[in-house]
Write a new protein. Structure first.
Length: 256
């Protein structure tokens, strides 16, 4: 049986006008199982975000293929949703109405939209802020709204492109804890792009390390740390041994 999500020999080259062609991905392979939390780390420009856009169906690879449930991905679909680094909230809409946006575009009845938004407001810990506007929220709260909005359409897969990169260190740590709680409750398959090795280890079942451009899978690490994970596990020898091993795999790919 093929993996739940499978990438095989994916190659993608960008050919901008009047500039040299850039190969972002080449012979890229990856498997993800249903319900798995997999993080992708790699040097800047290695094609991490590009691959998420291929998986989302926004970019078609030049060769190779990406499949889900054994079916080739040829375009966007409601079973996949993206959470971006930029919050992307509509400033004229309240928390509740931002969360309802995807359902509104699907022409879901207003009563059902409201019920879904109320449930997700509770799930992401924003009770009491339903009527607030984005400018009234902290960065962490905005990202919670973005996560709730992605979950509103009940996708099977969440694609998260450095969603906590714009947050301060303390808020980022808090959001990692909250994301694991939400993932345990929602049980979605998650692909999470990050530059932070600590973050990848703490969150993930496996960590995929990419090579420098053109991006390939260099090595995949099984993260066998017990769940549920407490924040304090970051100072254990097992955690730090994994961090060092992943860093030693990654460092040769980083140009200074």
């Amino acid at each position: 049986m093929p993996a739940y999500i499978q990438a095989r020999n994916v190659r993608l080259t960008f050919c901008p006008p009047n500039r040299a062609a850039v190969t972002a991905l080449d012979a890229f392979d990856m498997d993800v199982e249903e319900g798995e939390f997999l993080s992708i780390v790699g040097p800047s420009g290695c094609g991490k975000s590009t691959f998420l856009n291929v998986l989302l169906g926004l970019i078609k690879p030049d060769s190779g293929e990406v499949t889900m449930h054994g079916r080739k991905i040829t375009g966007p679909g409601s079973e996949r949703a993206m959470v971006f680094q930029e919050f992307g909230l509509l400033p004229w809409r309240t928390v509740q109405h931002n969360i309802e946006l995807g359902l509104e575009l699907k022409r879901t009845a207003a009563a059902k939209r409201r019920l879904v938004a109320e449930r997700l407001v509770s799930l992401v810990g924003l009770g009491g802020f339903e009527s607030h506007y984005p400018h009234e929220l902290s960065g962490g709260m905005k990202q919670r709204v973005g996560l709730a909005r992605a979950l509103a359409t009940d996708p099977d897969v969440l694609l998260m492109d450095e969603p906590f990169a714009a947050l301060d260190a303390q808020t980022r740590d808090l959001m990692q804890v909250e994301l694991l709680r939400i993932w345990r409750e929602a049980r979605k398959t998650v692909l999470f792009v990050t530059h932070q090795i600590d973050e990848a280890i703490y969150l993930s079942d496996r960590v995929l390390v990419m090579s420098k451009r053109p991006g390939r899978t260099k090595k995949i690490f099984d993260i066998k740390l017990p769940r549920p994970r407490e924040y304090e596990m970051r100072v254990t020898p097992e955690f730090n041994d994994l961090k060092l091993e992943i860093w030693n795999t990654l460092k040769d790919e980083i140009a200074i």
